[in-house]
Design a protein around this ligand. Structure first.
Ligand code: HEM
Length: 524
């Protein structure tokens, strides 16, 4: 066999290659190991640096907290929304408070609102869970607003509520019964022509029955006279389930001897409200009188929830009826005080809905009326029913506007301050619906200067239904009647005092005298 230089070169090359291949697993493992160590060290360093960075940041500024009580004396318990709006003037749009042993941050302008609802929405999407909920497991499994975080269960509950109640299809389906309820309200008002009436009572009865028809196919306010009693019951449910003093001092929660009683009351009232309706429905189902899944209650029974879970889920939606009543009462109050706006709104409605033969008001047409929409937005701006929204909680320590927000901080947005911020709004204390005409500002939680329904992933899930009800009822009241104050009182003398509670209500209920104006027909 002849030997040549080229072959020797090839053999040498092959040897080299075999050598490489022989050591390949070792080298590659070594490289893999080294790069993993490097990656681990670097990413850990980055994480550590991020963490160190966040931990080295200051918490938002705020007034000095006293030992044990914290900043409790900085708040007027009757007007906390105004106290914290004033504190924001000194400490800025994101400031902190300590109340008891709880740490709060308060956002008060569109920039800080955007940070909370958009940029840090995920980290700040928790809710503080009051102590009472720990002994009421049903509030954990079947209450949307009380879900501690946006987990699978929360998503499931929001999906049921959306599909059955708030989707366009569900709203379209419920349209006929909404219009029926509004017609009943108009009949009632016609029967009171010339008499003095407390407007929030019939508004509450109407919005509540609209919802109860959608949910359980019957009225839960059986007569107009029962409205006050039902308002008391709803308030009672909220008060039983609301955070108490011991929530501010969790270390002392073992001494809350009343908590079991409050929990029992909560169950008892819920049962009183829904027990008979549920038993009757179950009885009908057993007798196969009502096999098909027809309303919201049927859908819940189908989910095999226990009775307490069903009661809790149903009640959660009813507590928002007070918000609806409050906003419509404020809208009527503002329109009574601002007669020019009232006449403009009546004109808009007349042009849009009066036809020669009959006057027909329908939901589709109302959603397109710019002045009606502007009046509603202007009322929400000045009188957000939940001025501090529903507080959120920080799921993890995070950085917001260069401040450190520790895990479990309670996050509050002052919607009241947002709506009256003179940096955002011209002449902020005046009722001027015109400011919204030709402006692209809506209530869907992305215009951070106006957030009465909150924003981000936890935005009010009932928003689409709420808006439909407000439009329909307000338009019917304004177009169907002329309203006057008792004893020929001057419109400017209307009392505008607020009462801070479950909602920011009008302190003195609005009393008005209706005079039939139009033969209104509310139609599909
Ligand atoms: C004027 C009427 C209403 C106002 C002003 C209002 C306001 C709010 C606000 C501020 C929140 C908290 C949002 C957030 O954390 O970002 C909320 C949550 C909620 N609202 Fe409403 N609401 C109204 C009507 C309704 C109605 C009619 C329903 C149902 C029938 C409803 C059901 C809910 C539910 C289930 C939540 C909890 C959402 C969650 O935590 O994921 N609301 N609402």
């Amino acid at each position: 066999m002849q030997y040549n230089k080229n072959q020797s070169h090839i053999i040498a090359h092959q040897k080299q290659t075999y050598m490489d291949m022989g050591s390949y697993p070792f080298l590659s493992l070594l490289l893999l190991f080294l790069s993993s160590v490097l990656f681990f060290l670097l990413s850990n360093k980055r994480k550590k640096t991020n963490c160190d960075n966040i931990l080295s940041l200051p918490i938002p500024p705020g007034p000095f907290p006293w030992p044990i009580v914290g900043n409790i004396f900085h708040l007027d318990p009757k007007k906390p929304h105004i106290s914290i709006a004033k504190l924001a003037e000194s400490f800025g749009p994101l400031f902190s408070l300590k109340i008891g042993s709880r740490f709060f941050i308060i956002a008060s302008n569109p920039t800080s609102a955007r940070e909370i609802f958009k940029i840090h929405d995920k980290e700040l999407s928790g809710r503080y869970i009051p102590q009472i909920n720990r002994i009421l497991p049903e509030t954990k499994t079947s209450a949307i607003a009380m879900a501690g975080e946006c987990d699978e269960r929360w998503r499931f509950l929001r999906t049921i509520a959306h599909t059955e109640l708030f989707s366009s299809q569900a709203l379209e389906y419920g349209s006929e019964s909404r219009l029926k309820k509004v017609n009943e309200m108009l009949d009632f008002l016609n029967s009171k022509n010339g008499e003095l009436i407390k407007i929030k009572d019939f508004i509450f009865a109407s919005v509540t029955n609209i919802l109860s028809r959608m949910m359980v196919s019957e009225d839960i306010v059986k007569s107009w006279n029962d409205s006050e009693e039902m308002q008391r019951i709803v308030r009672w449910i909220v008060e039983c389930g609301a955070p108490g003093l011991f929530d501010l001092y969790p270390a002392l929660s073992g001494f809350d001897f009343w908590i079991k009683k409050r929990a029992n009351d909560f169950r008892e009232i819920n049962k009183r409200m829904w027990g008979d309706i549920l038993s009757e429905r179950k009885r009908m189902k057993q007798q196969k009188q009502d096999v098909e899944c027809q309303d919201f209650l049927d859908a819940l029974i189908k989910n095999s929830w226990d009775d307490n879970e069903i009661f809790t889920f149903l009640s959660e939606f009813f507590v928002s009826m007070e918000s609806l009543t409050t906003i419509i009462e404020w809208a009527m109050t503002e329109l009574m005080r601002n007669q020019v706006a009232l006449i403009k709104l009546q004109d808009e409605l007349t042009k849009a809905i009066d036809h020669k033969a009959e006057i027909v008001l329908n939901e589709e047409c109302l959603s397109k009326l710019p002045y009606l929409q502007a009046c509603i937005k202007e009322t929400f701006r000045l009188h957000p029913p939940s001025p501090l929204l529903v507080p959120r909680s920080a799921l993890q320590t995070c950085e917001v506007m260069k401040y450190r927000i520790p895990k479990n901080t309670v996050v509050v947005l002052n919607a009241y301050a947002l709506g009256r911020d003179s940096m955002t709004w011209d002449d902020p204390l005046s009722f001027k619906p015109e400011r919204f005409l030709n402006k692209n500002i809506d209530l869907k939680g992305t215009n951070y200067e106006l957030l009465p329904f909150g924003g981000g992933r936890r935005i009010c899930s009932g928003f689409p239904l709420a808006l439909k009800q407000i439009q329909l009822i307000l338009a019917s009241l304004v177009h169907g009647f002329d309203w006057s104050l008792p004893h020929g009182n001057d419109h400017n003398s209307l009392d505008m005092a607020e009462d801070f509670g479950i909602t920011l209500r009008k302190k003195e209920p609005l009393l008005l005298i209706p005079k039939k104006r139009n033969n209104l027909v509310v139609a599909h």
